[in-house]
Ligand binder design. Structure first.
Ligand code: NAD
Length: 447
């Protein structure tokens, strides 16, 4: 199928490259000419494992990039909208989605063939039918359902493993205003015959995405609340508690012969210094805001966000057990990305942690294997030294805060054991073996 994808961020570019890999003829559109140029050269503007490889194989063949939306829509049968949907503090900001819908509508005015426009961006329930569809009709002068289809195809990929997630999805959700729209979306995913599918209306598709993110965020904040209580009580370690919780039959799969398959514990059941990223915080906040507007209290999701906002502060509390004042203390922050295997620092708990350390007068060194550049753009220029590597980062540190679960940090004990003065190590992800550190603190355990 000939497919256009508007927006070449994490979702748009990964979707475009993977759909090209599945044999579709894909054109990716972005307003940012620099991004388009990089893609044309076969370079991924973002760090995602496997993406460079896909671009190398498909750019110039089944995958093109352009800034010309008109040309892209005219030459394809289906358009996926994958632009950003930030949260402005009150509600989801649909500026980019609206703009793109208007532009696509204007092109459809001049297109005779039936076309499907599907929203892939995460938008609050009702947006596709009540915002995107009317804009398309208005700009095109045509009728949805008769002249073109309007669908909603939420994306569940996880940054860091986005390519793998897209190529091996756990589910495919296809919303549409009618059978014809859904049939075309079905065809788009023809290369995934064994993946469970939900075919539904647009509003349900939108809600599935929000409910999915909200349940994950809820599990994390739940684990963090239990962690806070474990810390306060002493003699109980949240890591052991959640491993025990995880073995419940609801989290495991029963085989026909009665045996159980126990998957590795999900990070959503592990306590830590909080969730971040471009999705969970904004999506939960957006759904809670929509609920309140609709007269539903959304008390649970509000609490989920409140607990999450407190988590970065817990790292400083743990540090405070060893340093009554942080003024002049050499503190190293390990990890700036909101999760491992990505350079994305949006809403990363590392940002408020670094900011608070600077405010408290600490001498901050920060290190991340890939996210240093993106973090340097948003962190204050003064007050942070960015280390080259782990050795450089830990050298001379009086305290080390582990914030992102990067693999290489699991060997931190090897570096710390070589140091003359053992630093205080605060484990914000509970990945370290605490018996290997002379001065250890961790979320959810009192040592
Ligand atoms: P992003 O900010 O990385 O990328 C958005 C892209 O859209 C940018 O490259 C921007 O230049 C481009 N753009 C903006 N306006 C445009 C226009 N008028 N025409 C063409 N291009 C335009 O965003 P993202 O992280 O890929 O997220 C996109 C959507 O997918 C959001 O709604 C997000 O919530 C959702 N989502 C994201 C993830 C994730 O892990 N990042 C996962 C699932 C869903």
């Amino acid at each position: 199928m000939r497919v256009s994808v508007v927006g070449t961020g994490y979702v748009g570019l990964v979707s475009g490259a993977c759909l090209a890999d599945k044999g579709h003829d894909v054109v990716c559109v972005d307003i940012d000419p620099e991004k388009v140029e990089r893609i044309r050269r076969g370079e991924a503007p973002i760090y995602e494992e496997g993406l460079d490889d896909l671009l190398a194989r498909h750019v110039g063949r089944g995958l093109r990039a352009t800034t010309d939306l008109r040309d892209a829509v005219l030459g394809t049968d289906l358009t996926l909208i994958a632009v950003g949907t930030p949260f402005d503090g009150q509600r989801i900001d649909l500026r980019f989605v609206r703009e793109v819908a208007r532009q696509i509508g204007a092109v459809l005015r001049d297109k005779d063939a039936y076309h499907v426009v599907a929203v892939k961006s995460t938008v609050v329930p009702g947006t596709t039918d009540r915002v995107v569809l009317p804009l398309l009709e208005e700009a095109s002068g045509k009728r949805a359902g008769r002249d073109f289809g309007v669908g909603m195809n939420p994306e569940f990929l996880t940054e860091g493993v986005a390519v793998r997630d897209f190529l091996r999805p756990d589910r495919i959700v296809l919303g549409g205003i009618d059978e014809r729209t859904i049939a075309r979306l079905d065809e788009l995913y023809a290369a995934f015959p064994d993946v469970p599918r939900v075919r539904t209306n647009n509003t349900t598709a939108e809600m599935i995405k929000y409910a999915s993110n909200s349940v994950l965020a809820t599990l994390i904040s739940f684990s963090n609340e239990i962690a806070a209580l474990c810390s306060a009580l002493g003699g109980v370690d949240v890591a052991d508690v959640m491993r025990g919780v995880h073995l419940a039959q609801y989290f495991t799969t029963a085989l026909e012969d009665g045996r159980r398959v126990v998957a590795p514990i999900t990070s959503f059941l592990e306590a830590g210094c909080g969730f971040g990223g471009s999705c969970l915080p904004k999506d939960v906040a957006a759904l809670a805001a929509q609920g309140r507007e609709a007269g539903v209290g959304m008390r649970l999701l509000s609490a989920v966000l409140d607990i999450n906002r407190e988590q970065p502060g817990r790292m400083l509390e743990l540090l405070g057990r060893h340093f009554p004042s942080l003024s002049g203390v050499r503190v190293t922050v390990l990890g700036l990305a909101f999760k491992p295997d990505t350079d994305d620092v949006r809403e990363s708990p590392a940002l408020p942690i670094v900011a608070r350390l600077i405010d408290a007068g600490a001498r901050v060194t920060a290190y991340d294997p890939v996210a240093t550049e993106s973090a340097a753009r948003v962190l204050p220029r003064e007050g942070v030294r960015f280390a080259r590597d782990l050795a450089d980062a830990v050298a001379g540190a009086q305290a080390i805060l582990l914030v992102t679960r990067w693999r290489e940090f699991e060997a931190l004990h090897e570096w710390v054991q070589r140091m003359q003065e053992p630093p205080v190590v605060v484990d914000g992800r509970r990945v370290l073996d605490r018996t290997r550190f002379a001065r250890y603190e961790g979320i959810g355990v009192r040592v």
